[in-house]
Design a protein around this ligand. Structure first.
Ligand code: NAP
Length: 518
């Protein structure tokens, strides 16, 4: 029998009575069943009570540095166990490189929040946000803002592409803020999240109730939330819209953040012609974004905006690099790109490519043909990288359709203004980049892209050696984008900790404010 995935709720591991009839999750590489997922019978009221009655009070007793110390210890504990995570991560289709992105990346975020807590937060449970403002002429009446922990829960609904990072990047700020988390992983890769949560619980480092895990449906959890609770959702824009519209979420003004799909773009500067380091950087970055995690990154480059006269040169250079990409079993020697998370996900990508192809021609790859190393293409979710060219830049498809896989569309532009306007047609994205050695181009593009993007990377020969790349969100920087990208803001250092707290304006005499602030 396939192993039923368990949930960790109210201090114990829970297996649904109908586990055998749950959703079967298959190995992305072999198609063999890995786990069966069901949450039938889980009492979401008890889950919430445990979080608010047990986990929250225990966390809020700790000062910020004490919570930071927990995060540091947890990061160290998980780091020791990475080989186990990599091994299971292969079953999600990930290569070792991809797994490090997910696993080490997630642990790195925990460490980063441990550092923020230790360095930037007071030895207290309350966070003064600003210095006192004088409110009276004589100096006897002042006001300042304090951030206090909310006595609610942080519900974290994650997408399937980063089963470890996705959880840890949300967990870190919530723990530091003193708020207990209820994690709901996406079903296709929940088995990896469950393994990590098992270790977190076994470590005994977190106070009981600080972390609960629901594998499978969250049932009526959202209908039970209240004004002190928050939901952080990562996934498709369609699901995000639906959940954000939940009557209780709206009625109780539950803080609801959405990190949704996004048609990220990368602009090649007009100066970055073939033969310049910037041209090579652009092409290398595009291929990296297409192939890391088999393109299943919310920040991956979906639209490559290049000067119209350079479209052919870019396609040739990308083709030369993609020739080196070896698709196949991620544990096999020489394989550089693994599988998508499952056959259903591959079918979604194939459908999206067919829609993109209505307004563009496919110049590299065939979404229906793949010859993976050491794997059966009918059982494993493999897909060869696909590059399209939109000859008519006015076509809507590349700006509307997200193919969540190793797929990108090259679009020619006539002027920098035109490139900025094309970028905005994505209706809001998480990440963008401009590759140029011309500071004036960088200035114009950054100012033009700013309103529509959560992050803009300016890449040139000087920053390249240390650049973290187009697709990597950083713990200290904003991760989130306007419009289609969901309008959310995850990460971003202290801001994301404060997201879980209530900021209150306190007024009184300077001595009283001094006393309540410390
Ligand atoms: P999805 O189908 O929208 O699912 C996202 C999450 O929502 C999953 O955990 C899913 O659980 C859960 N969910 C679905 N219906 C729900 C409901 N009624 N109540 C509560 N939870 C519900 O997205 P996905 O296919 O997992 O992820 C791929 C998408 O995520 C892509 O479009 C990608 O662009 C986006 N993404 C965005 C970011 C970002 O930071 N912006 C990061 C990664 C991925 P089940 O799996 O159990 O249905």
């Amino acid at each position: 029998m396939t192993t039923p995935l368990r949930s960790y709720v109210a201090g114990r591991w829970y297996t649904a009575p109908d586990a055998a009839a749950g959703t079967v999750v298959s190995d992305a590489v072999t198609g063999d069943p890995v786990a069966v997922v069901s949450s039938t019978g889980l009492d979401m009221g008890a889950v919430l009570d445990h979080a608010t009655g047990v986990g929250g009070p225990a966390l809020r007793e700790l000062t910020f540095p004490q919570r930071a110390a927990l995060l540091k210890a947890l990061a160290g504990y998980l780091k020791e166990r990475r080989p186990e995570y990599y091994a299971l991560s292969h079953r999600t289709g990930a290569t070792l490189f991809d797994s490090r992105f997910d696993v080490d990346g997630g642990i790195g975020v925990l460490s980063a929040y441990a550092g923020i807590g230790a360095r930037e937060l007071p030895d207290d449970t309350v966070l003064p946000v600003d210095e006192p403002h004088l409110l009276g002429r004589g100096g006897g009446f002042v006001g300042r803002h304090l951030a206090v922990s909310r006595p609610g829960v942080a519900v974290q609904i994650n997408a399937y592409n980063f089963p470890v990072w996705g959880m840890l990047e949300k967990l870190g700020p919530a723990l530091l803020a003193g708020v207990p988390s209820i994690v709901k992983p996406a079903t296709p890769t929940a088995f990896l999240t469950e393994l990590v949560v098992r270790d977190v619980i076994e470590s005994g480092l977190l106070p009981e109730g600080a972390l609960q895990l629901v594998c499978g449906s969250v049932g009526d959890l959202l209908d039970r939330l209240g004004p002190q609770d928050s939901v952080a959702f990562t996934g498709s824009a369609a699901t995000g819209r639906r959940l954000r519209g939940n009557a209780t979420v709206l009625g109780e003004a539950v803080r609801f953040t959405v990190e949704a799909d996004s048609l990220n773009c990368s602009i090649l500067g007009p100066d970055a012609v073939p033969g310049t380091p910037e041209f090579d950087l652009y092409v290398a970055q595009l291929v990296t974004e297409m192939t890391v995690k088999a393109g299943q990154k919310c920040t991956a480059i979906r639209r490559a905006l290049v000067p119209a006269g350079l479209v052919a040169a870019v396609v040739d250079a990308v083709a030369a690099r993609l020739d080196q990409v070896v698709v196949g079993n991620p544990t096999s020697e020489g394989v550089t790109m693994g599988a998508l998370a499952g056959l259903a996900q591959r079918e979604h990508v194939r459908t999206a490519v067919r829609t993109l192809a209505v307004g563009a021609r496919t110049v590299i790859g065939d979404p229906d043909k793949v010859d993976p190393v050491d794997a059966d293409p009918t059982r494993g979710a493999f897909l060869a990288p696909v590059l399209l060219v939109a000859d008519d830049p006015e076509r809507p498809e590349p700006h509307h359709v997200e193919a969540f896989g190793p797929v990108s569309t090259v679009i020619g532009y006539g002027s920098v203004e035109g490139a900025i306007a094309a970028a905005a047609r994505g209706r809001g994205s998480l990440a963008s980049s401009v590759v140029t050695a011309d500071p004036q181009v960088a200035r114009q593009v950054v100012r033009g892209l700013g309103p529509w993007h959560g992050r803009v990377l300016v890449l040139d020969r000087d920053s390249a050696p240390e650049s973290t790349g187009h697709g990597s969100p950083m713990p200290t920087l904003l991760h989130g984008g306007p419009g289609r990208a969901g309008g959310g803001a995850e990460l971003g250092g202290l801001e994301s900790v404060r997201h879980h707290m209530q900021t209150v304006a306190v007024q009184g005499s300077p001595s009283v404010l001094d006393a309540v602030s410390r």
